[in-house]
Design a protein around this ligand. Structure first.
Ligand SMILES: [Zn+2]
Length: 418
């Protein structure tokens, strides 16, 4: 996270504005070319043309912005347009039915812009504040990051303006090779993200047993060694924040309703200070919720990897996870699963631990871990599994985890045998 001063922040907004302008300009050019059946314009050609725009009379404010910012925005747009072409070719879908129905309702003809997967214009309203930094120019100290051309002065005592304070000390290594640095604003704070190349040392250490992990609603994760991690969404803290969030959302929508009771389209009105403040608060609450969840997931995935299992086996989320949550499904919960799996996969790879994803049809919770009997009519409400064959009694989620461990061990063995 960046901690810019007022002057720096103003410049950051200017940079983001320029990037947005360049992106939208490029998108408009691509769209025109598409409509006139002239095909795709390369980023190179667009950039050449944009040089004239930079020096044109009514857009010469762009001259004060680093060339790299607009250059990359144009490249991003060209890349997005190429992806759109590819998508159109691969899927063969010109327009989605939903879009066509919507257009018919408002009585408009579909344009290129309505096509399936077409890149959207960036807008201030949608919070598109982001821009690129030149790899060659960016530098990090333990406490600051040097961005390009925040000041246009070459005087030595002005150069400190280019150094933006970082919220965390030594978060980013100082002598690494940086790739694709991006600066963005989320409505509350400014951030910098950068990819670095790093040597990963060969993992060492004693490896324990394999670990099966069952993901669920009551507990986010139950491990085959009996450890369970509770679902953070059910804690008092999260509930309290969610409640406040709901209250704020109601208040905000009421305020909008009163400002525009007939719900007229395209009517502009001035927001009151209270409304602006409420919206800021809502944004902060959303960030807080996100951070709490993310942080919690990081803690437990790190702990799991830290126990150094010889392998990790997870169930396939696509089907199994969702079918299981058919009735209770909260979108948030699903996202938690994906995030959990993403973190386990990359952290395990870093530690040299193999990850096995169980086949989507593997009945992990319906199989008896003792005798292997498959109980087909197991209901979601049956929290305890009682085996009709051998009489084994066990918690349903724990059993699923134990089965997953066996599945994983079997899978690895077969790989070695084959
Ligand atoms: Zn049994």
């Amino acid at each position: 996270m960046l901690l810019p001063n007022k002057k720096q922040e103003t410049r950051l907004f200017e940079f983001a504005g320029a990037a947005r302008f360049a992106y939208n300009w490029a998108l408009d050019k691509e769209m025109q070319a598409f409509e006139q059946k002239k095909g795709f314009i390369s980023a190179y050609d667009l950039r050449k043309e944009f040089t004239q725009v930079r020096h044109a009379k009514d857009t010469n404010w762009l001259e004060g912005i680093s060339n790299n910012v607009t250059k990359q925005a144009i490249k991003d747009c060209a890349d997005a347009y190429q992806r759109f072409f590819k998508l159109q070719k691969e899927t063969g879908i010109k327009y989605t039915k939903k879009r066509l129905a919507h257009l018919a309702r408002i009585g408009k003809k579909p344009t290129v812009y309505d096509r399936y997967g077409h890149p959207k214009f960036r807008s201030r309203k949608n919070g598109c504040f982001r821009f690129y930094q030149d790899v060659a120019k960016i530098r990090f100290s333990g406490t600051h990051v040097k961005l390009e051309a925040l000041t246009d002065s070459r005087r030595k005592n002005r150069q400190s303006m280019n150094w933006v304070h970082l919220a965390e000390r030594d978060r980013i290594p100082q002598d690494a090779k940086y790739m694709n640095p991006r600066v963005s604003y989320d409505g509350e704070h400014w951030w910098i993200s950068v990819t670095i190349e790093q040597e990963i040392s060969e993992p060492t250490g004693v490896y324990g047993e394999g670990l099966g992990i069952d993901l669920g609603i009551k507990n986010l994760a139950v491990c085959s060694d009996g450890l369970a991690y509770k679902n953070i969404n059910k804690t008092a803290k999260i509930r309290r924040i969610k409640k406040e969030k709901r209250r704020l959302q109601r208040r905000i929508s009421r305020a909008y309703g009163m400002a525009n009771p007939m719900k007229e389209k395209g009517v502009r009105y001035k927001k009151t200070c209270n409304l602006i403040r409420a919206e800021k608060r809502l944004l902060r609450l959303n960030h807080r919720l996100m951070n709490l969840r993310q942080n919690y997931t990081h803690q437990i995935t790190s702990e799991i990897i830290g126990r150094k299992p010889s392998l990790i086996c997870l169930e396939d989320l696509n089907v199994q996870g969702m079918m299981k949550n058919k009735h209770l499904a909260e979108k948030v919960q699903e996202e938690n699963f994906y995030e959990f799996r993403r973190q386990v996969e990359y952290k395990a790879a870093r530690a040299g631990i193999p990850v096995v994803i169980a086949d989507r049809f593997y009945p992990s919770s319906k199989t008896c871990s003792h005798c292997g009997h498959v109980k087909k009519d197991l209901k979601l409400k049956d929290r305890t599994y009682i085996c009709p064959v051998c009489g084994n009694q066990i918690d349903r989620d724990l059993q699923a985890a134990i089965n997953l461990r066996a599945y994983g061990e079997n899978d690895i063995e077969q790989k070695f045998a084959g």
